[in-house]
Design a protein around this ligand. Sequence first.
Ligand code: FCB
Length: 452
Amino acid sequence: MGFRKDFVWGAATSAYQIEGAADEGGKGESIWDAFCKEPGRVRDGDSGITACDHLHRMRQDVQLMKELGIRAYRFSVSWPRLLPEGTGRVNEAGAAFYSELIDCLLDAGIEPYLTLYHWDLPLALARRGGWMNSDIVRWFGEYAGLVGERFGSRVSRFFTINEPQCFIGLGYQSGVHAPGERHSVRDTLLMAHHVLMAHGRAVQMLREKAGRDILIGLAPTCGAVYPASESPEDVEAARKVFFSIPEEGRWTWNVSWWSDPVFLGHYPEEGLRRFHDVMPDVQPEDMRLISEPLDFYGQNIYNGWCVRAGEDGTPVEVPRYPGFPRTASDWPVTPEALRWGPRFLWERYHMPLYITENGAACTDVLSLDGQVHDPQRIDFVRRYLRELRRAADDGADIRGYFYWSLLDNFEWHDGYSRRFGLVYVDYRDQRRIPKDSAFWYGDVIRSNGGCL
Ligand code: FCB
């Protein structure tokens, strides 16, 4: 079997991580602009002020993608670049940039996949309560409507929100990401409810303003749980843990609290029981909004962990052996995550799936020969894609894969210390040097995975 004939091979980025020009072209400030200015928040005092200078090098970056053979590009629009105050006044220079990017992509034969929200909330809206304020459902809807109106005739595929687990968990619970706040479980559950309603409203507004058929999904993240063996008991134990809700301090790190409401129309029972005394007031019409029908499911998967069935069937985590393989960001290398994650998601939600992010940070260096040799990234992606192919062979409807990331970029609170790109960026002069993995990925694409 293998990958479908029309399998989508792409690469992903996000606005704040690559654009730079953070205070140019009429852009408003985002919570990340403000966060980076606070001493001690981001490693080495780095910020996205220049990043990969993509705003000024967009044509060159699209050309590079074309040369490498990349067929689809997942990028995000910066909400405050388009709407500096978050609502109301449109920044035409910002709209012109995205419009040009889309035209360039289409000219290059690269399919745009547009994400509305990859964490750069307009600061003006954060000052009005941000995700705590229920008005954000309307604000986000207005923004989505504008994106639909301006770009919906040329872009056919959209994602509303990237990794709600991460921006709520890291931004408002542990506080290591912008805006660096620490809220109670009660607050974060309320924010999560607003995030989900904002998603639903965005789906409605995108469709209405695009005025033609477009396809929409969302892009949550997960740590995928995989079974120690193929025995039905182990598989059942892994599935159970995959869809369970962790304890309060880490509650956002799960699949079902975010995806059940969207695809099944209700919050999961386990969470409702656990959180009953801190739950927001949830109305039936909220759930109808949240479960606006979607066209596909986007899932970011970087790694996972292994579970087996204990004596009485209770799931038991299998410890990692000493010296377990890890990437340069210390994330475990667990290719099985890309087989079992998609398979479990397919069985539960029955939605066509895209892997919207997957990739590895490596200790990439510009070698004496002027090139960047990254055998570990090639090995990582090869292992993961082979497992993804097995998920397809198992019957999961896998439509595409986006490598994170096209370019080395600003890795949030780790600054520029983590290199995830297929293309090396020399931040001294913004030179782009495709790594060995970029050329290798081109071969993967041309052979539709045949060379894996
Ligand atoms: C994901 C984020 C993305 C990038 C990768 C490495 O959690 O969506 O922006 O930081 O991790």
